[in-house]
Design a binder for this molecule. Structure first.
Ligand code: F6P
Length: 548
């Protein structure tokens, strides 16, 4: 059954939230803490190895009650059932949204067109298991009988960002295989990777759900040409495998049927790392670790499905995001992992969040007159403290931030770990509490500055504070906890899409540029092809052709 189509701004909760916002918008977090004794206890969710403190938000208990009322009014519970139950909730593309089934235990049943998809999922999982184990242990070898040393993942968007982020985040768990990711159609990208490869010992994994994506096919062709400059034709079958739904196109590329890892239309590209799209993950960290990632995600699925909304991490984090986006008019959200391993996490989430919820037409097909998709950005702390934190602390924009940290470091260097986490806690404390005029004055006085100098400097050194943050503290970075974290964001995206009454699982907005690029490409290569463009584009094409 289809999702309900409720305009959130027409709900009672929305009107109440608007009125409530007027009361709370100018309140300082310091006062909200002073007024609510059990604030931390009431606004912390402890679940498994996750500890989520959302007390440093510009909310009261009333705010949360109203946001939860909103969730009920837009029928979130009903939507969750449809999501997990395999209803066609990606209505504009006529598809189910079932990445959650990919991490279900084997004995469960998920029906698509009356057929249980779990046996097929486990068949492909078995193939991933066997193949990655044989490559890792060296029993599958290259065309000169040498074991593989390098794996190249060729894909873009969801066929790149997920596996690339997970492999990078789980570097600690990696085996001897060197994993490379080629995504950009920029030829310098693929050529820099080629420089590092030996054709005799390199495995190429072409990942494309559609197998029509320009970037991926160009890179795959370039790599195959390079490979065949060094190896005989029949070596391709030992060195090239593909992950796709488009079996015919893969075969016509010249890939052996045995080397195809299928995926399905009910898995969206940006939610596909749990499918065979994650083959590079399984190769890099071994199947058992890949499976633990899936187990972690499944635990988060269960939490999301069954936990009361009041203690439901994806629900609460999504509601907070709606609160800032639609009532405070915050333009963006920062994601700050205090772990260098999570270096690519915000980049990965940019696709997940912005491709899903960057929509301006609602589920009725009407133009939306409220804000939807948030702009996501971020970098690991502490590096980001020395880069853009100035703007969060003292700039003019309100930027709610999610701080993600791990209590235990992987290499056990406690000295560094304590320094890292002291920065984590200090930043959320500083963002919240700020620094008052009086505190600044007495500090400058203690430094022996003159009255005049103190007066001159004080305004610049005051921190207003009142900057909201969520703390997501996880015991340790493991495949399982990373699986939980990624699934948490997947469900947060879903909840936001439901509230905003949009379709989160299509991405038509990326099509126009692709079409125009194909038209322009013909012009760049053929003097006789001249199309109509605006004056600026026309001139740029002419200039490029004269200097290229
Ligand atoms: O950017 C649009 C998009 O369709 C993404 O959603 C997808 O992840 C990416 O292109 C790659 O598509 P494919 O896996 O079909 O090559």
């Amino acid at each position: 059954m289809a999702l309900q189509t409720i305009n959130p701004t027409t709900t009672e909760a929305w009107s109440k939230l608007q009125a409530h916002f007027k009361n709370i918008q100018s309140k300082h977090l310091n006062d909200l803490f002073a007024q609510h004794q059990d604030r931390v206890k009431d606004m912390t969710i402890s679940w498994d190895d996750f500890y989520v403190d959302y007390s440093k938000h510009r909310i009261s208990e009333d705010t949360m009650d109203l946001l939860l009322e909103l969730a009920h009014e837009v029928k979130l519970k009903d939507a969750i059932e449809k999501y997990f139950g395999g209803d066609v909730i990606n209505q504009t593309e006529g598809r189910e949204v079932l990445h959650t089934a990919l991490r279900n235990p084997e004995h469960t049943e998920v029906l698509v067109n009356g057929k249980n998809i779990m046996p097929e999922i486990y068949q492909v999982k078995g193939k991933i298991h066997r193949f990655s184990s044989d490559i890792i242990n060296g029993s599958l070898k290259g065309y000169t009988d040498r074991p593989f040393t390098d794996v190249v993942n060729i894909g873009i968007g969801g066929s790149d960002l997920g596996p690339a982020m997970v492999v990078d985040s789980l570097t600690y768990y990696k085996n001897h295989l060197k994993t490379h990711f080629v995504s950009n159609v920029d030829g310098d990208h693929v050529n820099e990777v080629i420089k590092q490869l030996n054709p005799e010992t390199t495995l190429f994994v072409i990942v494309s759900k559609t197998f029509t994506t320009q970037e991926t096919l160009s890179n795959a062709n370039t790599l195959r040409d390079w490979f065949l400059n060094n190896a005989p034709n029949d070596a391709v079958s030992k060195h090239f495998v593909a992950v796709s739904t488009n079996i015919e196109k893969v075969k016509s590329f010249g890939i052996d049927e045995n080397n195809i890892f299928p995926m399905w239309n009910w898995v969206g590209g940006r939610f596909s790392l749990w499918s065979a799209v994650g083959l590079s993950i399984s190769l890099a960290i071994g199947f058992d670790n890949f499976d633990k990632l899936l187990i972690g995600a499944h635990k988060m699925d269960e939490h999301f499905k069954t936990e009361d909304f009041k203690n439901n991490i994806p629900v609460i984090t999504a509601l907070l995001s709606v609160w800032y986006n639609n009532f405070f008019n915050a333009e963006s959200e920062a994601i700050i992992p205090y772990s260098q391993y999570l270096n690519q996490f915000a980049t990965y989430l940019q696709q997940g969040i912005m491709e899903s919820n960057g929509k301006s037409i609602d589920r009725n097909g009407d133009t939306i007159n409220y804000q939807t998709g948030t702009i996501i950005w971020g970098e690991p702390g502490t590096n980001s403290q020395h880069a853009f934190f100035q703007l969060i602390h003292q700039g003019t924009k309100l930027i709610p931030a999610e701080f993600i940290g791990f209590a235990k470091s992987l290499h056990g260097n406690q000295d560094h770990q304590d320094k890292l986490m002291s920065n984590f806690f200090a930043q959320t404390e500083a963002l919240m509490g700020g620094k008052s005029r009086d505190a600044v004055k007495s500090e400058l006085l203690a430094q022996g500055l003159s009255e005049e100098k103190i007066k001159e400097l004080t305004p610049f050194k005051v921190f207003e504070g009142n900057k909201p943050t969520t703390t997501i503290l996880i015991e340790k970075l493991t495949p399982e906890s990373l699986g939980k974290l990624i699934a948490m964001y997947e469900h947060k995206i879903f909840v936001q899409g439901i509230i905003w009454n949009i379709f989160s699982y299509d991405q038509f907005g990326v099509e126009l540029g692709k079409q125009l690029a194909n038209t322009i490409l013909k012009e760049l290569n053929d003097e006789n092809v001249i199309n109509n463009h605006d004056a600026s584009t026309q001139n740029l094409i002419k200039y490029y052709k004269s200097v290229k």
